[in-house]
Design a binder for this molecule. Structure first.
Ligand SMILES: NC(=O)c1ccc[n+]([C@@H]2O[C@H](COP(=O)([O-])OP(=O)(O)OC[C@H]3O[C@@H](n4cnc5c(N)ncnc54)[C@H](OP(=O)(O)O)[C@@H]3O)[C@@H](O)[C@H]2O)c1
Length: 286
């Protein structure tokens, strides 16, 4: 006789409490929607703009088929004091958190030779430092109800930019690719530290998914259709792709998965970008 749990119970998050950074739009909003649809009782979303958070929460709470609720706590998590305030606000409403989706991110594109330190600082601060500081500050909440059988989860949104070949040219994203490689690595380091506290830490590394952040780059690289044609499976990312991966990494089905990165790009990272020489780079004298 099989001891396998009923399959719907392996891929769901009944009664769980989640926090999603960058939850007001794009991939974070897909994650928040998916977590409510899979059974979470509360999903706190955060981003800088209060109005955007409120709008997202209204849409989330109007989603058919959910029993839990979305709650908005706006915060600029690039600032340490705001991370502390965010965690304090969450603590006013709950004594534990089961799932943290550290998803908020930023990018910067500029030609080689014109890069300034501020382009690095902005991206590295939000994409790496704030992820680590937030996980650190939320560890007591995440550890509270975590058990061997039912571990809590940290999921970081990295990018295939952190694991594959790199684009160059006028919109080269040096700090972004470095930040995403760093967040993958720090997530593995957190997996080592937090595994014994029964908190599993994993990364998702998406390829292109249409979103406010990605759309400008998608246009620069020839548009959705062109990029879809170039990808191994003939398309870009869809809401369901991110939703399904978030639910898997938050569910019982993945309760023995710790310290991995899941590339979510139809396999595109295996072949990388088509190399084009960088016209803006200083010419070699050799
Ligand atoms: N879409 C893609 O193709 C793709 C591919 C690979 C990886 N990713 C990663 O996926 C994550 C989400 O990106 P997305 O494409 O969904 O971008 P997006 O639509 O631009 O969403 C970014 C979210 O982060 C929030 N945010 C930005 N700065 C913040 C700050 N300082 N504090 C708190 N929240 C902040 C934004 O809201 P506010 O403006 O209100 O703060 C928004 O909710 C990022 O980490 C990104 O690097 C995206």
């Amino acid at each position: 006789m099989s001891n396998i749990s009923p399959i719907p119970s392996l891929f769901s998050t009944p009664g769980k409490i989640a926090v999603v950074t960058g939850g007001s739009r794009g991939l974070g909003l897909h994650a928040a929607t998916a977590l409510l649809l899979s059974g979470c009782s509360k999903v706190y979303i955060t981003s800088r703009k209060a109005a955007a958070c409120e709008e997202a929460v209204a849409a989330l709470n109007a989603t058919k088929g959910i029993t839990g609720k979305a709650i908005s706590i706006p915060a600029d998590i690039s600032k340490p004091e705001e991370i502390t305030r965010l965690v304090k606000e969450i603590e006013k409403d709950t004594n534990h958190v089961d799932i943290l989706i550290a998803n908020a991110g930023a990018t910067w594109g500029a030609p080689y030779g014109s890069w300034k330190k501020e382009y690095w600082d902005k991206v590295m601060t939000l994409n790496v430092t704030s992820v680590f500081m937030l996980v650190q500050e939320m560890t007591p909440l995440l550890a509270k109800n975590a058990t061997i059988a039912d571990p809590s989860r940290v999921i970081t949104t990295a990018s295939v930019a952190g694991i594959k070949g790199f684009s160059t040219g006028p919109n080269a994203t040096y700090s972004y690719s470095a930040s995403k490689a760093a967040v993958i690595h720090v997530t593995k380091h957190l997996a080592v530290t937090l595994g014994p506290k029964r908190i599993l830490c994993n990364s998702i590394a998406p390829g292109f998914f249409p979103s406010k952040m990605a759309n400008a780059l998608i246009d620069i690289y020839g548009g959705t259709d062109q990029l879809a044609k170039q990808n191994l499976n003939g398309r870009l990312g869809l809401e369901d792709d991110f939703a399904g991966t978030v639910v898997f990494l938050s569910s019982k089905a993945s309760s023995h998965v710790n310290g991995v990165v899941i590339p979510l790009d139809g396999g595109g990272h295996l072949v990388g970008d088509i190399f084009k020489p960088d016209e803006d780079a200083p010419k070699s004298k050799l």
